[in-house]
Design a protein around this ligand. Structure first.
Ligand code: ADP
Ligand code: MG
Ligand code: MG
Length: 931
C-alpha cells in the first residue's frame, strides 16, 4: 500500500489522534482528537497532510511525493461532501484555511492563510448566498492580503498602505467600519498592486490557490524566522520531520455582531491560578486577536454579553483539561451564534504558573507527582529565580503608566525602539528595554537581547506576550498611554522619553516606572518548595546498579561556593553540601592578599612558613564559616590551584604594603627586589604551568598550612557542637605519585594537629579529576583518594585542547560548519569527555566498589549534563548556588527518564500487578497495540 500522507477529521470522527503529533503536528493531531469521540467537540472538518511530506519535499529538492496529489484530491472531495460546498464554486464556494503545525508548537513562526477559495466571481456568490456583501468583501480583501504576503511574498506594508489610505479617505479608524464600497475599493487596489508587483493577475483558480498555500506552508519551515526560533529553543535541525499542513473548512467570526473570535487559557498562564481567562473580539477573524490591531475584550465580558457561548466554552475547558491533564490554550470562533473550536494545545506558561499548575493538579488528583516533575522545565525554575524590584526603592518609584502584566519579573533598562537597536546596545554591554507598538516575529533577536519588553498595543496573547513568557523575559503589553512620536521618542501623558532614557517595568503587575529601580533576587515560593521536595524524594530514593562497583543509592545536589555567604545561599536553595570550595578566592580577599603576596615573595621555606602563619587564622575563620553554614553537610575544600602570578601586586602602593608586611615578619626586602621577584613568576602558558598540585609539590608548606587550617576549623566547630564533614581535594593531579606524596604530607599534619589538640576529627582526602591522564590511570590514582570530583571545565579544556579563554574565537565557526553541536564548556561532551569520566569512575570502582564520585564543573548545573552524570553513575552534581533548584529538578527528571527508558523490561511484570494500579484501569490495552 502506498504511504498514507493525508488524514481526515470531521463529521464526529478522524483518521488520526493526539498520539500522532510527530506525523500530524500538534495542531493537526489535536484537531483530530477534538473532532472524534469521546471529546466530539464542534470542529470544522478538514484534512492534514503529514510532516513526512515536508521531509520528502526537502529531500526531493522542493517537490512533492508522486502520490500526494491524488490523496489530496480524494480528501478534498470528502471535505466538499461533508460541507455540501465545492472549492471554487462560483455560487456557493467552499472556503478553507491552510494552516501549519509542527510536532512542537512554534507560535507565530509559520503563517496561516484564511478564506482561501475566493475569487472575483466566488465573492459575488458568497455575498448572495449569505446575504452579506460586506462580509464577503471583507473576507476577500483579507484573503488577497494574506495570500499575497504569505504565499507570494508581496510586502505586507504595501497592503497596509492601501488599507490605511482607504480608511483615511473614508474617515474611519477601524477596519470593521469600512463600508462595502470601501472594501470593494480595497480589493480593486490590492489586485492592481499585486499585478504590478508579480507581473501577473491575482490567481483566480481555487485549486491553484490551495496548492500555492500548501507550498507556502512547507516553504515556511525553512524560512529565517522558523530557523531562528528552532535555534533559540535548542531544537536541532533534523530532530523534527517538518511541518504538517492542515486544510480545513472556514468558519467566520467576521459575519457581524453575533460572530467573533478568541483565544483562551484553561488556567492563568501567567500565575497558574485556576481561573478561566482569555480574550476575544467580536466581528473579527483569527489573526486580529493576536496581531494586537485592536485591544481585545476579556473573556469575562463574554459571560455578560453571551452567556450561552460562555457556558459552552466553560464546559469545553473542563473536558479538555480532564482529557489532556494539562492547562490548555484554545482558539475558538463564533459564527452567527454557533461556537467552533479551532485549536487546543498544552499552553505555554511562565515558571510560576508551571510550578503552581503542576502542584495544583497533583492536589486535584489529575496527575501524579512524577508527571508533575516532568511538567516543569528547568528553565521554568530558572525564571523563578529572577529578580523583583527592591521594595523600598519601588515605594519611591514614579509610576507613569500601566498595562497588562504579560510576563512576570522586574526589569530596568535604557529604552530603545527597534529590535536592531536592542541587539546593538546589548552587545555594547547596556541593559535595554525594548519598546514597540507591537512586536512581530522579525523582532525575535532584539527581544532576546532586551531585559524587558514594553508594547503600546496588544493583549496577553499578543506576540510580545507569548514570546516573552517563553523566554522568561519580563513584559508589559497594551500600555495605551504610550504614544510613539517619532523613531527615537515616545510620550506618556505628554511627557517625552527619548531613546536611551531609563524606564523600569514590572511584568507581574503591569506597572511602568520612570527611571531606574533597583532589582532584587527572588526567594523560593511555597509551591516551588513543595515541588522541589517531590524532586528530592525521587532523587534520594533512586537506586542505580552500575556495571562496575556497588549499588548507588540517591543522586545528590551540592553547590560550589567559596565564601560563607555562598554556602548560606546554597543551603537556602537546598544544596546538600559544598562540592567545590575554591580556596584561592579566599586569598584574593583584600585582607589576606598582601599576606599571601608576602608569602610568595619569600625564597626560603622558613620565610614562607613564617608568612603562612599569618594566613592560617584567616583561612581557618573562613572554613569555620562555611562549616557552620552547611550544618553538618560535606564540604569539599580544594587546595590552592591557580598559578602564583595571578596573585602578584599590580601597582606601587600594593608592593609597598607587601614590603611592610615582610618587614613585620623580619624579612628585609626593598620594593625593586620584590617587583623583580614577582616578575619571575610570569609563565608563557600558565594554565599548563606551575599550578594546582604542582605548587604543593614545590612548596609543600602551602598545602600543609591549608590542611592545618581545615583541621583547626573542624576542631573548633566540633568543640562548639557544630557538626562538619571536611574533605580536602587536591587539584590538577595527573600522576598517581603526586597524590600519594601530597596525601602523606596532609595526613602527617592531620595526625600532628589532632595530637596537639587532643581531639579527633574526620577529614578525608580526595582529588579532582581534570587531567585526562588521571582519568586513564584512575585505578592507580584511586589508591590514594577517598573521593573524586570531576573538574569538567579543565577536563574539557585539556581533552579538546581548547583554551577556555580563547575558544570563543573559533567555536562559532564550528557550530555553523556543523563540526560541533553544542558549546562543550556548557553542555558536557558525552563522546569524549564523558567517556573519560565513565572510564575513570569504573576503573576507580573496580578497586573500591563504593567509591564516591561527583562533578563540580559548570556542567553540574546544566540539565542535559546532569542527565549524563546520572547515567555515568556519579553520586552527585555540584553547581553554583543559584542553579541548585534547577539541578534538583533536572536530577529528578534524569532519574525518571532512566526509569522510563528501562520500562520495557518492566512490561514483563505480572499482569495482575499492572491491572491493580488505578491509572492502568483508565488506559486499556490500546497504547500497547498501537505500535
Ligand atoms: P497560529 O499557529 O499562528 O496560531 P493558526 O493556524 O492557528 O496559526 O491560525 C491563525 C488564526 O486563524 C487563528 O486565530 C485561528 O483560529 C484562525 N483560523 C485558522 N483556521 C480557521 C478556520 N478554518 N476558520 C476560522 N478561523 C481559522
Ligand atoms: Mg500565524
Ligand atoms: Mg493558532
Amino acid at each position: 500500500m502506498a504511504t498514507k500522507y493525508v488524514y481526515f477529521f470531521g463529521n464526529g470522527d478522524a483518521d488520526g489522534d493526539e498520539s500522532m503529533r510527530a506525523e500530524l503536528g500538534g495542531k493537526g493531531a489535536n484537531l483530530a482528537q477534538m473532532a472524534k469521540a469521546p471529546l466530539s467537540l464542534p470542529v470544522p472538518p478538514g484534512f492534514t497532510i503529514t510532516t513526512d511530506v515536508c521531509q520528502e519535499y526537502y529531500k526531493l529538492g522542493r517537490k512533492y511525493p508522486a502520490d500526494l496529489e491524488a490523496q489530496v484530491d480524494k480528501f478534498l472531495a470528502k471535505l466538499e461532501k461533508a460541507m455540501g460546498k465545492k472549492l471554487g464554486d462560483e455560487n456557493d464556494p467552499l472556503l478553507v484555511s491552510v494552516r501549519s503545525g509542527a510536532a512542537i508548537s512554534m507560535p507565530g513562526m509559520m503563517d496561516t492563510i484564511l478564506n482561501l477559495g475566493l475569487n472575483d466571481k466566488a465573492v459575488e456568490g458568497l455575498a448572495k448566498k449569505t446575504g452579506n456583501e460586506k462580509f464577503a468583501y471583507d473576507a476577500y480583501r483579507r484573503f488577497i492580503q494574506m495570500y499575497g504576503d504569505v504565499a507570494m511574498g508581496v510586502d505586507h506594508d504595501k497592503f497596509e498602505a492601501i488599507l490605511e489610505s482607504v480608511k483615511n479617505k473614508a474617515g474611519v479608524k477601524s477596519d470593521q467600519e469600512l463600508s462595502v464600497e470601501n472594501l470593494k475599493e480595497v480589493v480593486a487596489k490590492y489586485k492592481e498592486m499585486y499585478k504590478k508587483e508579480k507581473g501577473e493577475a491575482f490567481p483566480q483558480d481555487a485549486k491553484k490557490q490551495m496548492w500555492g498555500a500548501i507550498g507556502a506552508v512547507f516553504g515556511s519551515w525553512m524560512n529565517e524566522r522558523a530557523i531562528k526560533y528552532r535555534q533559540l529553543n535548542n531544537i536541532k535541525e533534523g530532530t523534527l520531520k517538518g511541518t504538517a499542513v492542515t486544510v480545513m473548512a472556514m468558519v467566520f467570526g467576521n459575519k457581524g455582531d453575533t460572530s467573533g473570535t478568541g483565544v483562551c487559557f484553561s488556567r492563568d498562564p501567567s500565575t497558574g491560578e485556576n481561573v478561566f481567562m482569555g480574550e476575544y473580539l467580536m466581528n473579527a477573524q483569527g489573526e486580529d486577536v493576536v496581531a494586537g490591531i485592536r485591544t481585545p475584550q476579556k473573556l469575562s465580558e463574554l459571560e455578560k454579553t453571551n452567556k450561552k457561548i460562555y457556558d459552552e466554552l466553560c464546559k469545553i475547558r473542563a473536558r479538555l483539561e480532564k482529557h489532556y491533564k494539562d492547562m490548555q490554550d484554545m482558539e475558538f470562533t463564533v459564527e452567527e451564534g454557533k461556537l467552533y473550536m479551532l485549536q487546543c494545545r498544552n499552553g505555554k506558561r511562565t515558571g510560576a504558573a508551571a510550578v503552581k499548575i503542576a502542584v495544583d493538579m497533583v492536589a486535584e488528583k489529575l496527575i501524579t507527582k512524577d508527571m508533575a516533575i516532568n511538567r516543569v522545565e528547568p528553565q521554568h525554575v530558572d525564571q523563578l529565580l529572577h529578580p523583583t524590584f527592591n521594595k523600598a526603592e519601588l515605594a519611591k518609584g514614579i509610576k507613569i503608566a500601566s498595562g497588562l502584566n504579560a510576563s512576570p519579573g522586574a526589569a530596568c533598562g535604557q529604552i530603545v525602539f527597534t529590535a536592531a537597536a536592542a541587539e546593538e546596545w546589548a552587545k555594547a554591554g547596556k541593559k535595554v528595554l525594548l519598546v514597540r507598538k507591537e512586536t512581530s516575529p522579525d523582532d525575535i533577536a532584539g527581544m532576546v537581547a532586551a531585559e524587558g519588553i514594553l508594547t503600546a498595543t496588544g493583549g496577553r496573547t499578543s506576540h510580545a506576550a507569548v514570546v516573552a513568557r517563553g523566554m522568561g523575559t519580563p513584559c508589559v503589553c497594551g500600555v495605551e498611554a504610550i504614544k510613539i512620536l517619532d523613531a527615537k521618542t515616545i510620550s506618556v501623558d505628554g511627557k517625552k522619553y527619548k531613546e536611551g532614557d531609563f524606564l523600569s517595568i514590572d511584568g507581574s503587575t503591569g506597572a511602568v516606572y520612570a527611571g531606574q529601580i533597583a532589582t532584587e533576587d527572588a526567594k523560593l515560593s511555597k509551591e516551588l518548595d513543595t515541588f522541589l521536595g517531590w524532586c528530592d524524594e525521587v532523587r534520594n530514593n533512586s537506586v542505580r546498579t552500575p556495571a562496575v562497583g556497588a549499588k548507588i543509592k540517591g543522586f545528590g545536589v551540592r553547590a560550589n561556593g567559596d565564601q560563607p555567604v555562598d554556602a548560606e545561599n546554597a543551603f537556602k536553595f537546598g544544596a546538600e553540601g559544598i562540592g567545590l570550595c575554591r580556596t584561592e578566592h579566599m586569598f584574593f580577599d583584600p585582607a589576606k592578599l598582601p599576606y599571601f603576596q608576602a608569602m610568595i615573595a619569600c625564597d626560603t621555606k622558613e620565610m614562607r612558613e613564617k608568612a603562612l602563619k599569618d594566613i592560617l587564622p584567616l583561612q581557618k575563620k573562613d572554613f569555620v564559616g562555611i562549616f557552620k553554614a552547611m550544618k553538618g553537610q560535606p564540604v569539599i575544600i580544594r587546595f590552592l590551584d591557580p598559578p602564583l602570578h595571578e596573585f602578584t601586586p599590580k601597582d606601587k602602593a600594593s608592593i609597598n604594603e607587601v614590603v611592610k608586611i615582610l618587614k613585620a615578619q623580619g624579612v628585609k626586602m626593598d620594593a625593586a627586589t620584590l617587583e623583580a621577584r614577582f616578575n619571575t613568576l610570569h609563565e608563557s602558558n600558565p594554565m599548563m604551568g606551575h599550578r594546582g598540585c604542582r605548587l604543593a609539590i614545590t612548596y609543600p608548606e602551602i598545602s600543609m598550612m591549608q590542611t592545618e587550617a581545615v583541621v583547626l576549623a573542624a576542631i573548633e566547630c566540633q568543640k562548639a557542637g557544630i557538626k562538619c564533614q571536611p574533605n580536602i581535594m587536591i587539584p590538577i593531579v595527573g600522576e598517581p605519585r603526586e597524590l600519594a606524596t601530597i596525601r602523606s604530607e596532609c595526613e602527617s599534619v592531620i595526625a600532628r594537629v589532632q595530637k596537639e589538640k587532643g581531639v579527633k576529627v574526620n577529614v578525608t582526602i580526595g582529588t579532582m579529576i581534570e587531567i585526562p591522564r588521571a582519568a586513564i590511570l584512575s585505578d592507580e590514582v584511586v589508591k590514594s583518594a577517598d573521593f573524586y570530583s570531576f573538574g569538567t571545565n579543565d577536563l574539557t579544556q585539556m581533552t579538546f585542547g581548547y583554551s577556555r579563554d580563547d575558544a570563543g574565537k573559533f567555536l562559532d565557526a564550528y557550530y555553523t560548519r556543523n563540526i560541533l553541536d553544542d558549546d562543550p564548556f556548557k553542555t558536557l561532551d558525552k563522546n569524549g569527555v564523558g567517556e573519560l569520566i565513565k572510564m575513570a569512575v569504573n576503573k576507580a570502582r573496580s578497586v573500591k566498589a563504593d567509591f564516591h564520585c561527583g562533578i563540580c564543573g559548570e556542567h553540574g548545573g546544566d540539565p542535559e549534563s546532569i542527565k549524563f552524570c546520572y547515567e555515568a553513575g556519579l553520586n552527585y552534581v555540584s553547581c553554583s548556588p543559584f542553579r541548585v533548584p534547577i539541578a534538583r529538578l533536572a536530577a529528578a527528571q534524569a532519574v525518571l527518564a532512566s526509569k522510563a527508558a528501562t520500562k520495557p523490561a518492566a512490561k514483563k511484570a505480572p499482569a495482575k500487578k499492572a491491572a491493580a494500579k488505578p491509572a492502568a484501569k483508565k488506559a486499556p490495552a490500546k497504547k500497547t497495540t498501537k505500535k
